[in-house]
Design a protein around this ligand. Structure first.
Ligand SMILES: Cc1ncc(COP(=O)(O)O)c(C=O)c1O
Length: 390
């Protein structure tokens, strides 16, 4: 059966992203009972492949639940942490602050290692903060989608192990899975939370997690049960274990169609036509091309120059400052008129001063689509129409 997507503008924001034909087609699967024998192995395979895509061992527990990335913050606060516990938040922008706000909403106390816009806390600053107080956990935003800053999770994990080995490592990987290098086990991550609509190349609607035995132990040794019904791991972990071992189980109807879509997408990511490593390489090449183009046009990125030179900028997105005097309404509608959608700014300190370009998933893997060239031409033409001279 042939399948053709309805004509639409190219969605080049840092998530949701363009969805490949086969994934959209899988999403259009006929209605299926969530306990049907044909569906059980599909869900089971999604969970197994989630582990693989983040390089987690069999000991790690994957979870896939209807919701969005934000729900992962709540689920972490509710299941892993307890009210009154102290958490160190590594500030990188809007999303690191959001993670802190979500923890605070459940009575968890947060302390931030602050960093100016476009920067990230240094390893020395992180170590020194960890020496000042015993923290139950540290939060890292792998790619802060508000700035395009990429955190060095490996180095942070080492620092935590060196200074405060009992501290749990909580990683927001919403904008990094399948776009950036990620080694769950090797880097000592305890909770990884993500969502379906970015590097995983699915429609939005799934909150995904991979959690370590230490995080499960933190859940099991709580002094009080989590103050939630829908989000309690007490209900979800047995469901995930059942599906992965080939039997159905019920707690809250899973989003069956999205699970078909995610299954297709994870298969493509892990089995090809290109390998996961090649996907990351292609993402990096697309990123280098976009960033060079932007620099050559004389535009500035949000990520600080020193981080740009030292693997501190995301590969799946680029945040670009408008030329002086220009604002979103001067440029983004002109880009859209050329069939391409960019995202606006979101960082509270400078949201009107920049725009964001997403370059991940099928747009970078399938070069026959020419998505990167299309976005670059749209940007160049729109800038010229807006009167910008490089
Ligand atoms: C780094 C990061 N964390 C969390 C979120 C929240 O995810 P969602 O919008 O799926 O709730 C986003 C969304 O863009 C994000 O980029």
């Amino acid at each position: 059966m042939t399948f053709q997507q309805a004509p639409h503008k190219l969605l080049m924001i840092p998530g949701p992203i363009e969805v490949a034909d086969d994934v959209l087609y899988a999403n259009a699967h006929p209605a299926m009972a969530h306990v049907a024998p044909q569906f059980v192995p599909v869900f089971g395979e999604v969970l197994t492949n989630l582990r693989k895509v983040v390089n987690a061992s069999k000991d790690a527990q994957p979870l896939a639940i209807a919701g969005s990335g934000t729900m992962g913050w709540d689920m972490t606060a509710l299941n892993v942490l307890q009210p009154g516990e102290e958490v160190l938040v590594l500030q990188t922008g809007y999303f690191s602050d959001g993670f802190a706000d979500a923890l605070n909403a459940y009575g968890v106390k947060t302390t931030k290692v602050e960093a100016p816009v476009g920067k990230r806390p240094t390893i020395d600053e992180i170590k020194s903060a960890l020496k000042q107080k015993k923290y139950r956990a540290v939060t890292i935003t792998h790619v802060d989608t508000s700035t395009g800053v990429l955190s060095d999770v490996k180095a942070i994990g080492e620092a935590v192990r060196e200074v405060s080995p009992e501290t749990l490592v909580l990683l927001d990987a919403v904008c990094s899975v399948a776009s950036e290098q990620l080694r769950f086990d090797e880097w000592g991550v305890d909770v990884l939370l993500t969502a379906s609509q970015k590097g995983l190349g699915c429609p939005p609607g799934m909150s995904l997690m991979v959690v370590s035995p230490r995080a499960i132990k933190a859940f099991e040794s709580r002094s009080a049960p989590p103050a939630t019904y829908y989000l309690s791991w007490k209900h979800w972990i047995p469901v995930m274990k059942a599906y992965e071992s080939g039997s159905p189980a019920y707690f809250g109807t899973p989003p069956t169609n999205l699970i078909y879509a995610l299954n297709q997408s994870l298969k493509t990511i892990l089995e090809g036509p290109v390998s996961l490593e090649q996907r990351l390489q292609k993402t990096k090449e697309a990123s280098d091309k976009v960033k060079k183009f932007v620099n050559d046009l004389g535009l500035k990125q949000l990520v600080a120059e020193d981080l740009q030179q030292s693997n501190g900028a995301a590969n799946g997105m680029t945040a670009v400052r408008f030329p002086p005097g220009m604002k979103a309404p001067d440029l983004l509608p002109k880009v859209a008129a050329r069939g391409v959608v960019f995202g606006g700014g979101i960082h509270k300190e400078c949201k009107d001063e920049y725009f964001r370009i997403g370059h991940m998933g099928v747009s970078v893997v399938d070069s026959s689509r020419n998505d990167i060239d299309k976005l670059l031409s749209a940007l160049k033409e729109a800038l010229a129409e807006a009167g910008y001279k490089p």
